[in-house]
Ligand binder design. Sequence first.
Ligand SMILES: CCCCCCCCCCCCCCCCCCCCCCCC(=O)SCCNC(=O)CCNC(=O)[C@H](O)C(C)(C)COP(=O)(O)OP(=O)(O)OC[C@H]1O[C@@H](n2cnc3c(N)ncnc32)[C@H](O)[C@@H]1OP(=O)(O)O
Ligand SMILES: NC(=O)C1=CN([C@@H]2O[C@H](COP(=O)(O)OP(=O)(O)OC[C@H]3O[C@@H](n4cnc5c(N)ncnc54)[C@H](OP(=O)(O)O)[C@@H]3O)[C@@H](O)[C@H]2O)C=CC1
Length: 515
Amino acid sequence: MSMIAAFYSNKSLLITGATGFLGKVLMEKLFRTSPHLKVIYILVRPKSGQTLQERVFQILNSKLFEKVKEVCPNVHEKIRPISADLNQRDFAISKEDMQELLSCTNIIFHCAATVRFDAHLREAVQLNVTATQQLLLMASQMPKLEAFIHISTAFSNCNLSRIDEVIYPCPVEPRKIIDSMEWLDDSIIDEITPKLIGDRPNTYTYTKALGEIVVQQESGNLNVAIVRPSIVGATWQEPFPGWVDNVNGPSGLIIATGKGFLRSIKATPMAVADVIPVDTVVNLTIAVGWYTAVHRPKSTLIYHSTSGNLNPCNWHKMGLHVLATMEKIPFESAFRRPNADFTTNNFTTQYWNAVSHRAPAIIYDFYLRLTGRKPRMLKLMNRLLRTISMLEYFINHSWEWSTNNTEMLLSELSPEDQRVFNFDVRQLNWLEYIENYVLGVKKYLLKEDLAGIPKAKQHLKRLRNIHYLFNTALFLIIWRLLIARSQIARNIWFFIVSFCYKFISYFRASSTLKI
Ligand SMILES: CCCCCCCCCCCCCCCCCCCCCCCC(=O)SCCNC(=O)CCNC(=O)[C@H](O)C(C)(C)COP(=O)(O)OP(=O)(O)OC[C@H]1O[C@@H](n2cnc3c(N)ncnc32)[C@H](O)[C@@H]1OP(=O)(O)O
Ligand SMILES: NC(=O)C1=CN([C@@H]2O[C@H](COP(=O)(O)OP(=O)(O)OC[C@H]3O[C@@H](n4cnc5c(N)ncnc54)[C@H](OP(=O)(O)O)[C@@H]3O)[C@@H](O)[C@H]2O)C=CC1
């Protein structure tokens, strides 16, 4: 029997960000392995015209939860959505709900965050720092609370190249930042943002670092731990391989590559691609919840959920695996054939952006105009290139993360827990993982049917022929223009033609002799 699963039985858990990518997989695993847990409170905001109940219904009826419903048929009774907005004072939670949360919660998993790289500093501070501070305040009023687990990111200190499982200070105290956001207006915040984030690439990583300091400073007597995942990817094993439901991180790039929009990217091929499967992060998080509650470590422990130092894979290898899979399992209606060229400097990047991305988009838009349709490809391409430019930082740097606490925790687990809550990334086979990832993107994100693969292959063949035809035509046109204007080109042309003529005549003559 799994000790960890038994620990969660009869417990009341509170999860923020449960409707997000990581939160859903966390809930799924908790229900599947501990069907006797009492309740999971989730803080949810009504969104896109959906009520809380409709949002929960949608999650429970998704493919991700199919196995849970077999093990825990009354799962819908065990999820208690609480209307909350983490951007509001007291999270805009009703008095009755707050009372219930304060008196019943045993474990908190704080996953909610804004993960946008372009978030305005005020918005990022509000959700990633102030809301964390408020949640800790709430937690301090919970008499039954056993552990508070905060999800951060391995990139919160991406300004360093070697990162240990410790909290690093920031020049300006988080409390001062929180205060200043109350009275500074947007234009001043815009001006000071570059100075505050310093050598970090965006407000996201900066505010996640501040959030960690808040956890350390304001946790009082609580049992607190921080999990720091790197680039979270599709599921590796559970509940089934390849599940993913948003375009963040690698998933969007896989789509852009498979559909033939993105054919080259500025990347350091030998840099480590620190992708970590979402189920590995979730297994570690659940184990951390158990360990923190039961062993009550004296200080706040940080756990890195990364792959680079135990089972490294670089971008070059990842790109090859992705392309090889796309040969076997192509995406439907691709714009161009998938390709993955890595450029290493700004000049070649700009060149390929013009030749390989914008020029085909302009030609396609011209074709759309000719056929009476609205041009849209260049606009789409420009948006994609803007997105890529924001991700580039992470594909052009390498980091070394120590994983002592994560390895220590693995060694503390019973063999059964190591199996049920496997977070040993050394067992990951990258080729197999990426194959399932690409397949998962096709099935769960693009909602493409596997029956369409032969047609997709046919379409790629057609694109290849168009490519060859286009290149040949372009070559002939350029050559014709050159011949018309340059004596040297004419001389070369006559030399080639007479050479070919002599070559053919020689073979004709020698074959006649043999007869
Ligand atoms: C040719 C070379 C091919 C390369 C090799 C082959 C493939 C290799 C596969 C593996 C590649 C893996 C690359 C990984 C790159 C590493 C990046 C991630 C680094 C994360 C580090 C930190 C981790 C964390 O802690 S946080 C979680 C990660 N957070 C995010 O990823 C959020 C990033 N996104 C944003 O902040 C926004 O989306 C933004 C600002 C980029 C764009 O915002 P905007 O308001 O303009 O619009 P959106 O509506 O959000 O999206 C616009 C448009 O872009 C598409 N899109 C969004 N995200 C991605 C993406 N990651 N890749 C590609 N496309 C993306 C989105 O679908 C929209 O498309 P439309 O058609 O315009 O609707
Ligand atoms: N994905 C990744 O690559 C990585 C993620 N992480 C960390 O993991 C955690 C989860 O990330 P991930 O699941 O990918 O992110 P998602 O963007 O998928 O999920 C974010 C969650 O936060 C919720 N949320 C956002 N704003 C509010 C608000 N004002 N009130 C209530 N809830 C809100 C969202 O709710 P709603 O559905 O209503 O929008 C959603 O449930 C984050 O802390 C992130 O920093 C760390 C490293 C990498």
